[in-house]
Design a protein around this ligand. Structure first.
Ligand SMILES: C[S@@+](CC[C@H](N)C(=O)[O-])C[C@H]1O[C@@H](n2cnc3c(N)ncnc32)[C@H](O)[C@@H]1O
Length: 258
């Protein structure tokens, strides 16, 4: 019979190996994953997971960050999905007007319904459109936010040039996305969510399109983001790397220095 001490030592040893290997950063080539996000079953399931506490917590952090910027009148959310971030902003920043843009008609419809359900439909306007051809005139947007969408954009530099075009002088942009150069343990957690938790929750449409691990593998490393940002017209920008995600902030040149 195995003694309790041997069992504990064995368990601690296994835990040590998991933590040691898990703390090594993931180093794998980017694998693009842009399929299926407009499928009605995927939209339905994405809407469901967006209401989970983990997602709420992330949105709260994003709104906390937004409050630090001097946002004049309007926040435009590109790739707004089912619109939960817009809901949070509407509640926390009552004087700000909101615009949601998404390439998927289904997502936009879902976002409209979601805002309507909680009586906030008057706070936001929605447009179907791609980040590569934004439905705005030059120099018209105060502040652009985009969360969890950068890795879906076919050409990130085209997207950032387009964001630059529509921003007013001194306008700002905040992008939040996953990062691929995470510690392996973070990737394992996503794998567990996809293959165990999502299976139990019946989120089969998301599993079929390989989410959420597909999104992580399609996301960028900090180095890649630096390279991308250095090719844009933005001169004032910062990248903030967190455990499993990244914030990219940038400001367009003020009028005097255009
Ligand atoms: C993972 S969801 C993120 C949704 C939401 N921002 C969030 O944080 O929950 C990515 C969203 O980006 C949208 N999207 C993908 N490519 C796009 C593009 N080229 N232009 C605009 N939206 C795009 C998708 O339709 C989807 O709603």
């Amino acid at each position: 019979m195995i003694s309790f001490e041997i069992f504990v030592s064995f368990f601690c040893g296994i835990l040590f190996v998991i933590l040691a290997v898990g703390s090594i950063k993931l180093k794998i080539p980017r694998k693009v994953s842009i399929k299926g996000i407009g499928d009605p079953r995927v939209v339905e399931e994405y809407d469901r997971i967006s209401r989970l506490p983990q997602f709420k917590l992330i949105r709260q952090n994003i709104v906390k960050k937004l409050k630090k910027y001097n946002i004049k009148k309007v926040i435009t959310d590109i790739g707004c999905g089912p619109g939960y971030l817009l809901q949070n902003i509407a509640k926390e920043l009552p004087d700000i007007k909101l615009i949601g843009v998404d390439i998927s008609k289904e997502m936009i419809q879902r976002a409209k319904n979601n805002l309507n359900t909680i009586g906030l439909s008057g706070r936001a306007e929605f447009k179907v459109g791609s980040v590569e051809h934004l439905p705005f005139e030059d120099l018209t947007q105060d502040f652009i936010i985009s969360t969890g969408a950068l890795h879906h954009f076919a050409n990130p530099n085209l997207a950032l040039d387009e964001i630059y075009r529509v921003l007013k002088p001194d306008g700002q942009m905040l992008i939040f996305d996953l990062r691929r150069d995470v510690r392996r343990i973070f990737f394992w957690l996503l794998w567990f969510a996809q293959n165990i938790a999502f299976r139990i929750m019946g989120l089969n449409a998301l599993r079929r399109i390989n989410e959420p691990t597909g999104s992580m593998l399609a996301s960028y490393t900090i180095e890649e983001i630096q390279e991308i940002m250095s090719k844009t017209n933005f001169r004032d920008w910062t990248i903030e790397g967190k455990t499993g995600w990244i914030y990219i902030w940038a400001r367009k040149k003020p009028l005097l220095t255009q």
